[in-house]
Design a protein around this ligand. Structure first.
Ligand code: GTR
Length: 432
């Protein structure tokens, strides 16, 4: 009997050992980041102009009706997840506050609550809008961009409301207070923007979905099937949710007389730059698509595996992409897509990719190459694109229908970036 018990224990230990080995094998450590161009694995990018079944795409019509939907579906299935909901018929916009003497008399300010399902206590976001005074008689073109810490951090304007914010590390909610008012204002040169005739709108991304690996808050639960507690492997993660929020912001702007709804550019920085590309890909009402320092999962080619890798990003931020994307951890070569295809989904609309010289984590060269390789689709659609496979020098923007710059400095949004976005909008939408 004793021997039998002992062998049972031994078998148990063996199972446990094999089990823990399997777990360890299941989750190999993330490789340290590579920054050496000579160590980039050999790779071939998927051809934008060849269908999954091998058919060549040689005309605009086939791109539009066959290949574009196919590419969009690849990103839905394997990367960002399917956006499971559109606009609710019950959505409402409530103006919470407005003034026509904002920013020292240069701007009209509006704060609008977008109630996603029309409910006062339901999910929603507060959109802060600054428009040039001229918008009262002539609707202004606009930029829309989500912010990271709350609308009150984008400006020292004391009239901007203090909302709820969510800690990125713990997910904990807290009422914002005066201490952080204006904390991110260097990224939001509102006066400079309205002086050039553009309106600008922003909302806090946490209003849409707190940036935390928890799918019980934000908008996801609104659209769960009975019993569901987590998105399915091909359903939207946080980036998908934020992109959806940008479309709801556009719904609001298009209903506003101050805004020229056909001239709204979507912009985003970093994780929200990944988001602006995905929003622009799905929602063709955005007139221009701009990503600032968007890096891995944004404009940067995944196959270069330089700086941040797919494995790294999926491990640090398991909630950003859909679960299917995790199959490509340390396995980028098997991806049926790469990020040049995301940039191409903006076509034929103007698209702008921006990098920063010191932002090696985001792989500036990989960001450039995506924009460059998207060019085949632009040319097919009769639009000019980036001509050189080599990046331009720092602070030397290139602006065809595809635009690009790498500026000096670090991972950030600066006046230089904004000035180029306005130059680009002037060029493609006409000077306001
Ligand atoms: C980093 C992340 C990047 C980028 C950045 C940001 O930690 O690795 O992909 O998104 O955060 O959003 O600030």
């Amino acid at each position: 009997m004793k021997t039998f018990a002992r062998s049972l224990v031994l078998v148990g230990l063996l199972i446990a050992a094999v089990g823990s080995f399997a777990v360890a094998a299941d989750k190999p450590a993330v490789a340290p980041p590579n920054y050496d161009e000579s160590k980039i694995p050999a790779y071939t990018l998927p051809d934008l102009l060849v269908m999954q079944d091998g058919t060549k795409v040689t005309d605009a019509e086939t791109w539009r009706t066959k290949r574009r939907p196919e590419v969009l579906k690849l990103f839905e299935t394997y990367m960002y997840g399917r956006t499971v909901a559109g606009r609710s018929e019950k959505m409402t916009f409530e103006v919470l506050e407005s003034a026509d003497d904002a920013l020292g008399g240069k701007a009209i300010r509006k704060q609008v609550r977008v109630k996603f399902t029309g409910k006062d206590d339901g999910p929603g976001m507060d959109l802060l809008i600054y428009a040039p005074k001229s918008a009262a008689s002539k609707p202004a073109p606009a930029f829309v961009m989500l912010n990271f810490q709350g609308n009150h951090t984008t400006t020292t304007d004391p009239a901007v409301r203090l909302g709820m914010t969510y800690d990125r590390r713990t997910g904990k909610a807290a009422q914002a207070d005066e201490k952080t008012r204006g904390a991110a204002k260097s990224r939001w040169p509102f006066e400079m923007i309205v002086e050039r005739g553009y309106a600008v709108a922003t909302a806090y991304y946490g209003d849409i979905d707190p940036d935390f690996n928890d799918f019980s808050n934000g908008i996801h639960p609104l659209y769960y099937k009975p019993g569901q507690t987590h998105p399915a492997p091909d359903e939207w993660g946080a980036i998908g949710a934020w992109a959806w929020g940008l479309s709801r912001a556009l719904d609001c702007l298009q209903s506003d007389k101050l805004i020229d709804g056909k001239k709204v550019a979507v912009v985003g920085h970093s994780r929200l730059g990944k988001t602006s590309l995905w929003a622009g890909a799905q929602d063709e009402r955005f007139a221009i698509v701009i990503s600032n320092d968007s890096g891995c999962g944004g404009a940067a080619l995944s196959r270069r595996v330089i700086g941040e890798s797919v494995h790294r990003i999926n491990t640090s931020f398991p909630h950003w992409f859909c679960d299917n994307f995790k199959k490509y951890n340390a396995n980028e070569g098997e991806l049926p897509l790469d990020q040049h295809m995301l940039v191409a989904l903006a076509a034929p609309r103007p698209v702008y990719v921006a990098s920063a010289e010191q932002d090696k984590w985001a792989d500036p060269k990989g960001e450039y190459l995506s924009a460059y390789h998207a060019g085949v689709v632009y040319r097919l659609l009769g639009k000019p694109a980036l001509e050189s496979p080599d990046m331009p020098a720092v602070n030397q923007p290139v602006m065809t229908t595809v635009g690009y710059h790498i500026r000096t400095g670090k991972h950030d949004v600066t006046d230089f970036d904004w000035q180029r976005y306005m130059d680009f909008a002037d060029k493609h939408l006409g000077k306001p």
